[in-house]
Write a protein that binds this ligand. Structure first.
Ligand code: MTE
Ligand code: MO
Length: 542
């Protein structure tokens, strides 16, 4: 280090200054002091990492953060006797006690990480990496684990290591400048304390923000996990035998909640408390209605498999999924309200103000448009609209599938618009008939012989009649079509083709039960959904 630069006057002392220099503290003391600062750096660095992980969780993983994952794992691992003891000692503050205990244990380990890193480079990083691995293991072991949740402990550990690296380099600059910590107020000292203080402020402010953002979500998550849904008065028709072809790599007939695509404009997932939730029916109706959650749950429920899709789904894309939805038919609620003549649209509104404009007809005809509370046998996941959302067979999500639903305004297309319409998307959004090749994956080399092709096709509310494949733009060949669960769901299909070595382009085409084939001309997703044939390349090797 150049100790002659301006402002470094007090840094001129080499590290091994003679002990008779009066401003120098004894070596033992010096180590002691810098060790304390290193431990503080460890605590602040780990806190910054944890806070980064919790903040990211508030944005992308409301149901599971690294800390709630670790806390849950600790609760599961603790023997029942200890749990009873904790409840008897701390009462309803048992969770708080657990958090405080976890915080103290982590602070101790973090201080150790700082000390170790000070003594030996990378030793402290290793401790933080072990933290991250433990967090990852805890999160992976939770039922709510998702791809997003799994990344968070790694993010937290990464930020923790970077912060510690930064603080350690400042501490080393201070120390090698020869100013023993706690002696002279040189620039090295100031730079270190600024870094430490800045990181601590980030951790404190970010931590408060994370608690505020996550606190509400945690309460709602808790409510959700205890909620028992009513049984359906009108259960879903049984899944026909053979609807699932069992082909390796094909989309599952029913998409598990954790794999279900998520699309919305919500930066943080709205935390809607079912106890204070009400659904208002307003606008062009004979009677305004207010429905609370308990009343909704007491209504005769219908359960249906429905495949919903996003208008932004590219041909061959994965913004589509099939789930078993439980809810009260919208038409029954609207019948109670009594839509007035001239109304042709329902503007549904979510807790966060997002809106969708749905043709009144689609909510009152015989299709089972649902005020949904359940998804695949569970309460709606927070990301998918807990406690209540709309599900309308046959319409893209942006004009129908309002999550965190709070209002149904009966109105007219002439008077109101949904969120996406003024932003370049069509007023109406019926789902376009389409099909997808799931296996083999495009570009994956295959061995010559019989190649099994398979995938899904959908024409919601009409149903799929045939699925065909063609190779290198040759003749269309009819695939085996499994029965759909219903016309509102996707259907699986498969076809085995003998292929000799070479390169092939394979395309799929679906035709609906009215005999209308999917549109061949490729078009982009805006303004009302992509068209064209899903096309894959297959390399067959000898
Ligand atoms: N409140 C709210 N609901 C919403 C949206 C939104 O941005 N906000 N997006 C819609 C869109 S565009 C789609 S495709 C579906 C997606 O539902 P999912 O995330 O449960 O798959 O939700 C719809 N409901
Ligand atoms: Mo969408």
């Amino acid at each position: 280090m150049d100790t002659n630069e301006p402002g470094r006057v007090s840094g001129k002392l080499p590290a091994d200054v003679p002990t008779d220099v009066p401003t120098e503290v004894p070596a033992g003391n010096r180590l002691h002091a810098s060790g304390r600062w290193a431990a503080a750096a460890g605590v602040v660095a780990v806190a910054a990492g944890v806070v980064a992980g919790e903040l990211a969780a508030a944005l992308v993983s409301p149901a599971l953060s690294p800390m709630t994952g670790v806390g849950g794992a600790v609760i599961d691992a603790v023997p029942p006797a200890v749990k009873d003891w904790a409840v008897s000692v701390f009462g309803t503050a048992d969770k708080l006690a657990l958090l405080v205990g976890m915080g103290l244990a982590m602070a101790g380990l973090a201080a150790l990480a700082g000390l170790l890193e000070w003594r030996r480079r990378f030793a402290g990083f290793a401790v933080i990496a072990v933290f991250g691995a433990a967090g990852l293991a805890a999160v992976l072991g939770r039922a709510q684990a998702t791809g997003n949740a799994v990344v968070l402990p790694l993010l937290a550990a990464g930020i923790g290591i970077l912060a510690l690296r930064w603080l350690m380099s400042r501490l080393r600059e201070w120390s090698t400048a020869g100013q023993a910590p706690e002696t002279q107020p040189g620039p090295g000292r100031r730079r270190f304390l600024q870094a430490l203080g800045g990181s601590a402020v980030f951790a404190a402010v970010g931590g408060a923000l994370a608690v505020a953002l996550r606190g509400a979500a945690a309460g709602v998550s808790e409510f959700r996990s205890k909620l028992a849904l009513p049984a359906a008065v009108s259960p879903a028709p049984p899944v026909p035998a053979g609807a699932g072809l069992g082909l390796d790599g094909i989309s599952p007939l029913v998409t598990p909640n954790r794999d279900f695509y998520r699309i919305d404009t919500a930066l943080t997932v709205p935390a809607v408390d079912p106890d204070s939730w009400v659904l208002r029916v307003t606008g062009m109706v004979e009677r305004d209605i207010e429905l609370d959650f308990a009343t909704l749950l007491s209504k005769p429920m219908t359960e249906r498999h429905v495949t919903i899709a996003c208008v932004s789904n590219e041909v061959g894309g994965d913004l589509i999924g099939n789930a078993l939805w439980l809810g009260w038919p919208v038409r029954e609620l609207l019948a109670l309200a009594g839509p007035q003549n001239g109304a042709d649209m329902v503007l549904s509104r979510s807790k966060d103000g997002w809106t969708a404009g749905t043709p009144l007809e689609a909510l009152t005809d015989t299709r089972d448009a649902l005020i949904a509370v359940g998804m695949n046998g569970e309460p709606l996941p927070l990301e998918h609209g807990f406690p209540v959302r709309l599900v309308v067979p046959g319409l893209y999500g942006y004009v129908s599938a309002t999550k965190w639903l709070t209002e149904l305004k009966v109105t007219r297309f002439a008077d109101d618009v949904g969120y996406w319409t003024p932003r370049g998307w069509s007023e109406r959004g019926p789902i376009k008939t389409s099909s997808r090749i799931d296996v083999p994956r495009s570009g994956r080399p295959m061995r010559a012989g019989t190649v099994a092709f398979g995938g899904v096709a959908w024409a919601q509310h009409t149903g799929i009649g045939t699925v065909e494949l063609r190779v290198n733009r040759g003749a269309w060949q009819t695939a085996e079509l499994a029965p759909g669960i219903s016309r509102d769901t996707w259907y699986q299909w498969q076809l085995s083709l003998p292929l000799t070595p070479g390169q092939y382009e394979v395309q799929v085409r679906a035709t609906d039960l009215n005999g209308v084939p999917q549109i061949e001309k490729a078009s982009r997703v805006a303004p009302d959904g992509a068209t064209g044939f899903h096309t894959i390349r297959v390399d067959v090797t000898p």
